[in-house]
Design a protein around this ligand. Structure first.
Ligand code: KG4
Ligand code: ZN
Length: 357
């Protein structure tokens, strides 16, 4: 029995997150300050504003997290912090603050890769052994990888343009879903999922299957986005829609968008499963797909992936909602996984710097 506790700090995008996990893997406390509503109002993330908000919130977020766990910095064994990838201005705030704490309290720093943290988060509450297949889908990322160990990942494919969440957010804005009070406080993806559940005839909109002729595991959402917006413009012209009004077929178009997105994701994950099979990347007794990132919260997408998994004998797992989206817990957890294996415990961190990707 020892008394280690890992403090995790996340500032890679628009959430200031902090959490403390003890060496038994128990979450002692967490704090998350989301900038979501401010960025929704601005129609997207403005890096300078995101940085200012991180600067304002980083200190109170960390202090509150310590307080909630009744701990002091002296009780912390190491500070895990997101180094990459992300918005450089945002990453820098977390990194600087972590270094300041590390110097002041003489603690090591454990650098964390944001995507690896998303991938490993599922291991916190589920019994998932390496190697496993992981699909990360969010507003900023879209990738398929094999997690072979805590710090060993084999990238199978990624988006060649935008991420699915970014497409949802852009489409939701053009559909003017924010003008409907019910959706006004939701992310684009949530709003589309909600509106899609009211669809009656989604098949009136034909959307393409991206990269259908490519036998790799990459993704593309730009073409899909363009097709949706073309359908929207046609309907707006047809109904002579003005200003803040929505098209009457908005629910059907949302459902069509969601179905086309699922179709593409399933198509690519199936490719990845076949690739893993052929190259013996995943043993037969450990066929496991982990789905994470904000878009993994989507039940329709998760259900279609579950059908695929059943067909291919894979187990499927997604972390609980708040662990799927950006947070400090997954950073602390990844820190603990590295701490346990003595990987990346950095004491001479002066040269350590953010790496924007
Ligand atoms: O992981 P996350 O919090 O931040 C990063 O992008 O890193 O994910 C946010 C993204 C947004 O694009 C949002 O529209 C999408 O996840 N999202 C969803 C749902 N909830 C959030 N997309 C589809 N369905 C949802 N239920
Ligand atoms: Zn993320």
């Amino acid at each position: 029995y020892s008394n280690s506790a890992i403090l995790g700090i996340e500032t890679s995008c628009d959430d200031t997150g902090c959490a403390i996990i003890n060496d038994a893997g128990v979450l002692l406390s967490e704090t998350l300050h989301s900038q979501n509503l401010i960025h929704l109002r601005n129609g997207g993330i403005i890096p300078d504003i995101a940085q200012d908000l991180h600067r304002t919130h980083i200190e109170p977020t960390v202090s509150q997290t310590l307080e909630k766990a009744s701990l002091k910095m002296e009780d912390i064994s190491a500070i895990a912090v997101t180094l990459r990838p992300g918005l450089p201005l945002s990453l820098a705030v977390g990194m600087k603050y972590a270094k300041h704490l590390a110097r002041r309290y003489k603690k090591p720093i454990i650098p964390i890769h944001h995507m690896e943290a998303h991938a490993l988060a599922a291991r916190m509450h589920h019994n998932i052994e390496f190697p496993f297949l992981v699909l990360l889908i969010s507003g900023g990322h879209c990738l398929l990888a094999v997690a072979e160990d805590v710090n060993v990942f084999k990238l199978l494919g990624e988006s060649i343009d935008i991420a699915p969440g970014e497409m949802f957010d852009k489409v939701a804005r053009k559909l003017k879903l924010r003008n409907v009070p019910e959706y006004s406080k939701m992310s684009g993806g949530e709003a589309i999922e909600s509106a899609a559940s009211k669809a009656t005839n989604p098949h009136i909109f034909k959307l393409p299957l991206p990269l259908v002729d490519y036998k790799d595991c990459n993704f593309s959402f730009n073409g899909l986005k363009t097709s949706v917006l073309l359908h929207l413009r046609k309907k707006e012209e047809e109904h002579k829609i003005v200003a803040h009004k929505l098209i009457p077929e908005v629910h059907d178009l949302c459902a069509a968008t969601l179905m086309a997105t699922s179709r593409h994701l399933v198509h690519r994950v199936q490719r990845a499963m076949e690739f893993c099979e052929k190259n013996h990347l995943i043993p037969d007794n450990n066929k496991q797909l982990v789905v994470s990132g904000g878009v993994a919260c989507n039940n329709y997408i998760f259900n279609t992936l579950t059908i695929l998994c059943n067909e291919f004998d894979y187990k499927i797992c997604r972390p609980e909602h708040k662990l799927c989206t950006d947070n400090g817990v997954m950073i602390a957890w990844n820190g603990l996984e590295k701490w346990r294996k003595n990987i990346d415990i950095i004491t001479n961190y002066d040269l350590l710097d953010i790496e924007a990707v």
